[in-house]
Design a protein around this ligand. Structure first.
Ligand SMILES: [Zn+2]
Length: 418
């Protein structure tokens, strides 16, 4: 009995090893193909580190499943034209949801990450979490309808949220807004959305998008900083997002720049966000002048007015100069802590500041950072714009697809066949 049980365990272990190997091999081909778009077989062999025979077998398998298709030929040096392969953009679709503080943006992409449908929904301040979950689910259904794709071919839905996302038995979201303490958002959304669901902090989803398609491409040590109403960061080390023990790492906005400083909505004081978050910029201007920069306009327009201010607006100039100094100090802290190759300024406030004041931010950072790591750090502006949180959220199910070698997706689609 004992030995029989052991043999049973051994053969089960063997089955799972074979299955793991199959997933790993498929993943090793799918990931470079997804990130590069089009590759030849020799390029895939080089990128995957697999043998030519294995590459041939796995490509055949993926072609049979319709996951990869021919994409024409390229000339090779002196030889026959070489066949190029790509992932079939219409094999499946992914949805990304950016739950912002003032709106929900939902986008549907094919597997070439071309946007096929999008929906925006304004969010009232202090929306109840159940109502928020209803709205997210409704926007997911609306983009699937608009794109006209079979709901069963939507491989997954990624959701980027503001605040801490704690990955434990259940995904809990801790936000600064009222009613967002330990919110079981995953459970609420699963009750309303049929597709596989993944939730992540918005700064991390933006970071993943910039690493895959934007300023971070090809880098392995990077920090993507998100400055908006909230301030956060996505720390990438060895090509992977650094999460910490419960996935909350990267809360750059709540690192303290001033002991006993301005109150922060996290409950602390002197946090970076309390100086360079959008509300802080506007509040500091109002503190100097007794009036907001532009009355009766959206915060985006008011902050833009501050950042690219009239030459004679001394209060705006003062707030801006101080903001540049604080952002520079915050960037210097990232340099000193993480020694990244590149720091990318993103988020709508980060883009406004970075596009018009990057040299000044670099100069400020140089004053606070250690010289050696600073000299080796590129500081740049995000390439994907402000909507990249939704695209980044859509990369969550794509990442899952690539990591599992699309084995589950093939099963999901097979189960749908009549
Ligand atoms: Zn704080």
């Amino acid at each position: 009995m004992m030995s029989g049980g052991k043999t049973g365990r051994d053969s089960m272990a063997k089955v799972s090893t074979v299955r793991d190997l199959r997933r790993r091999n498929r993943s090793a081909l799918l990931r470079p193909l997804f990130l590069e778009g089009r590759l030849t077989r020799p390029e895939l062999t080089g990128a995957s580190g697999l043998s030519q025979a294995t590459v041939s077998n796995v490509i055949g398998e993926l072609q049979n499943e319709g996951l990869i298709v021919d994409a024409g030929t390229v000339d090779s040096d002196g030889g026959r034209p070489r066949q190029v392969l790509r992932i079939d953009a219409d094999y499946g679709y992914v949805v990304g949801v950016d739950v912002g503080e003032t709106r929900i943006r939902t986008e549907l992409f094919d597997l070439s990450m071309e946007q096929r449908a999008a929906a925006d929904h304004p969010l009232a301040h202090a929306t109840a979490v159940e109502e928020l979950a209803d709205t997210v689910a409704a926007t997911v259904r609306s983009v699937i309808d608009e794109a006209g794709v079979p709901p069963g071919h939507v491989l997954g839905v990624g959701v980027g949220v503001p605040g801490l996302v704690e990955h434990d038995d259940e995904v809990l979201v801790h936000g600064h807004a009222p009613g967002w303490q330990s919110v079981p958002l995953e459970t609420l959304l699963r009750e309303r959305i049929d597709q596989p669901l993944l939730i992540e902090n918005g700064a991390k989803t933006l970071g993943q998008a910039e690493m895959w398609f934007g300023a971070g491409r090809g880098r392995s040590a990077a920090v993507i900083a998100l400055l908006g109403t909230g301030v956060g960061a996505c720390v990438v080390t060895g090509g992977s997002i650094y999460r910490g023990s419960t996935s909350s790492a990267g809360e750059w906005g709540h690192t303290v720049l001033q002991v006993g400083g301005r109150p922060c909505r996290c409950g602390g004081s002197g946090c970076l966000e309390a100086y360079v978050g959008a509300d802080a910029l506007l509040a500091r201007y109002t503190g100097l002048t007794g009036r907001p920069p532009l009355e009766g306009v959206a915060p985006e327009a008011a902050v833009a007015q501050l950042v690219v201010h009239d030459p004679d607006d001394e209060a705006a100039a003062a707030v801006l100069a101080e903001t540049v100094e604080y952002v520079g100090a915050g960037v210097a802290n990232l340099v000193n802590l993480f020694n990244p190759e590149i720091i990318v300024l993103g988020g709508w406030v980060g883009l406004l500041l970075g596009r018009s004041h990057l040299p000044a931010i670099r100069d400020a950072a140089a004053r606070y950072a250690l010289r050696q790591p600073f000299e080796r750090t590129d500081i740049t502006v995000a390439q994907l714009g402000v909507d990249a949180v939704a695209m980044g959220a859509a990369t969550l199910p794509v990442d899952e697809l690539l990591a599992t070698g699309a084995v589950g997706a093939t099963q999901q689609r097979a189960a749908l066949r009549p």
